[in-house]
Ligand binder design. Structure first.
Ligand code: A3D
Length: 321
């Protein structure tokens, strides 16, 4: 059987890491695409030269034209510009929105059957724009944020409890921003919920609250340390987990930015919710019960995402029409 083809739009920090991880996991052949000449070619050649040492078989190539992504099974989009000093959030939104329009058109022309994972920020608005610009079915276009936010939450909890990260599960809902909703009730160690672990004296409520806050600000913590650029290892690993569930039909239950059509009382918006990803893309959106506090946090997160999407609609009123 032919290998799957994975197209990575954007060959920056996350794009390069995605290519290496896709190779290491033998997910398929990889095409790195970027507008910058030489970068996708150089990174793909460098990783191809690592393959004999690391022991994986995958063809890697670089492209500056969209024909390079033709027939891709999975497309992961990290293209865009980061926010620079002096640039307002609206300026960034306007620039990356234009990038999503170009990328969407390229995917529509060359890879209309692909499963598309958007990573570009501001995530919930950009995945919305990418779906509209590409015209691909909504169950084939998702955003990566929840897997990363949950991974950060899991890591902090495992560190606090001194247990394996493998035994810690955690759930984060809502938009990818400071008002994301880490769900304490649905998080825990090997099936023991976090509130029970507090009762058992494993930790205190204050420490849990501090971990929740650290999770919300997890992206900023890395930016402050790196000074230039943002996190890329964990974001790339998270997108690869989503791609693997699709390509191998694993039907993992993962928190992803998915298109809602009434679930959680929300319509025509991408928001971080638990979904099943299998060979048909987003196969199911899971509606979990929320208590009044969780619902209020989710509503606040929804309001922020709606504001960003509203800005996109103002800048590009014809998008997807
Ligand atoms: P970076 O290393 O700057 O890579 C972006 C790449 O996009 C660069 O190589 C650019 O040349 C390329 N690019 C720019 N415009 C275009 C275009 N029109 N077509 C194709 N390529 C283009 O950034 P990065 O890899 O560190 O991050 C990529 C994106 O992911 C940014 O928007 C980040 O904010 C975002 N990000 C999201 C998360 C989430 O959890 C959602 C986490 C971390 C980063």
């Amino acid at each position: 059987m032919a290998r799957a083809k994975i197209a990575l739009i954007g060959a920056g920090q996350i794009g390069g890491t995605l290519a290496l991880l896709a190779g290491l996991k033998e997910l398929g052949d990889v095409v790195l695409f970027d507008v910058a000449e030489g970068i996708p070619q150089g990174k793909s050649l460098d990783i191809a030269e690592a393959a004999p040492v690391l022991g994986f078989d995958a063809a890697l190539s670089g492209a500056n034209g969209y024909e390079g992504i033709a027939g891709a099974d999975v497309v992961i989009v990290t293209a865009g510009v980061p926010r620079k000093p002096g640039m307002s959030r609206s300026d960034l939104l306007g620039i990356n929105l234009k990038v999503m329009e170009q990328v969407g058109a390229g995917i529509a022309q060359y890879a209309p059957d692909a499963f598309v994972i958007c990573v570009t920020n501001p995530l919930d608005a950009m995945v919305w724009a990418l779906q509209k610009a590409s015209g691909l079915p909504t169950h084939k276009v998702v955003g990566m944020a929840g897997v990363l936010d949950s991974a950060r939450f899991r890591y902090f909890l495992a560190d606090e409890f001194d247990v394996s990260v493998e035994d810690v599960t955690a759930f984060v809902l809502g938009g990818h921003g400071d008002d994301m909703v880490p769900l304490v009730r649905y998080s825990g160690v090997a099936g023991i919920p976090l509130p029970d672990l507090v009762k058992m004296g494993w930790t205190s409520q204050e420490k849990v609250d501090a971990i929740v806050e650290r999770t919300r600000k997890g992206g900023g913590e890395i930016v402050n340390l790196l000074k230039t650029g943002s996190a890329f290892y964990a974001p790339a690993a998270s997108a690869i987990e989503m791609a693997t569930s699709y390509l191998r039909d694993k039907k993992r239950l993962l928190p992803c930015a998915a298109y809602l059509t009434g679930q959680y009382g929300i319509d025509d918006l991408y928001l971080g919710v638990p979904v099943i990803i299998g060979a048909n893309g987003v196969e199911r959106i899971v509606e979990i019960e929320l208590d009044a506090t969780e619902r209020a946090m989710l509503d606040k997160s929804v309001a922020s995402v709606k504001e960003l999407v509203g800005e996109c609609q103002k800048i590009a009123p014809g998008l997807g029409a």
